[in-house]
Design a protein around this ligand. Structure first.
Ligand code: HEC
Length: 184
């Protein structure tokens, strides 16, 4: 069955919120993503310019979690996840894994990666995920031809790294946002 974007598959019967409120929450969450994404991109770009790839990997490692925290405006929590992760802290939970697998199936069926997202009420939380395509600047660190000196830095900092071998345009992972339903 094809999933409609923002399909609210939750058993809404158990929720006290009406559908329009969920649409509002979707819009509110979706608005947090572009500044988060831009901040990450600006950080990796300036680190690449300032100190080259090794420096940029170090910057990603120390700054990515801080940037996520900074863009988590209460009651929202924002982060990133993927089926294949670099940082073990980003491993998907069971719900995120299921959504990522659905994203992969939707993309295989022809949906453009940049448009794929899903929102759902899960255990009293509103949760939202949006697919992240592999862009050109990502290939240096997540592609299949990572420069040996850079690969060495990644190996050293992330001995269990799975986040390489991606092709341009391929699903890299997803933004994942959550907030309690009853928060004001
Ligand atoms: C300079 C190397 C570098 C570049 C360029 C880079 N990344 Fe990453 N990426 C990393 C590192 C290091 C991590 C782990 C940091 C973390 O989240 O704690 C990471 C983590 C991620 C994650 C979180 C899931 C995971 O694997 O831990 C996603 C999603 C991601 N990158 C997507 C992208 C996208 C999309 C681009 C291009 C716009 C990109 N990256 C460019 C190095 C890079």
């Amino acid at each position: 069955m094809r999933l409609v974007s923002f399909a609210l598959l939750a058993a809404l019967s158990g929720s006290t919120l009406a559908a329009p409120d969920l649409q509002k929450l979707s819009a509110e969450g979706a608005a947090l993503i572009p500044p988060f994404q831009q901040h990450l991109l600006d950080t990796v770009k300036s680190a690449l310019q300032d100190g080259g790839p090794a420096q940029a990997v170090a910057a990603c490692q120390s700054l990515a979690p801080q940037i996520a925290a900074q863009h988590s405006a209460a009651p929202w929590q924002v982060g990133r996840t993927a089926l294949k992760v670099r940082n073990p802290d980003n491993v998907p939970d069971a719900w995120e894994r299921r959504v990522l697998e659905q994203f992969a199936a939707r993309i295989a069926a022809g949906e453009p990666v940049a448009e794929v997202r899903h929102a759902e009420v899960v255990d009293g939380e509103f949760r939202l995920m949006k697919a992240i395509p592999t862009g050109e600047p990502c290939l240096a660190c997540h592609g299949s031809a990572i420069k040996p000196e850079l690969a060495a830095v990644i190996d050293q900092r992330y001995p269990a790294d799975q986040a390489r071998g991606f092709a341009l345009g391929e699903l890299r992972g997803a933004f994942s946002l959550r907030r309690p339903l009853d928060a004001q």
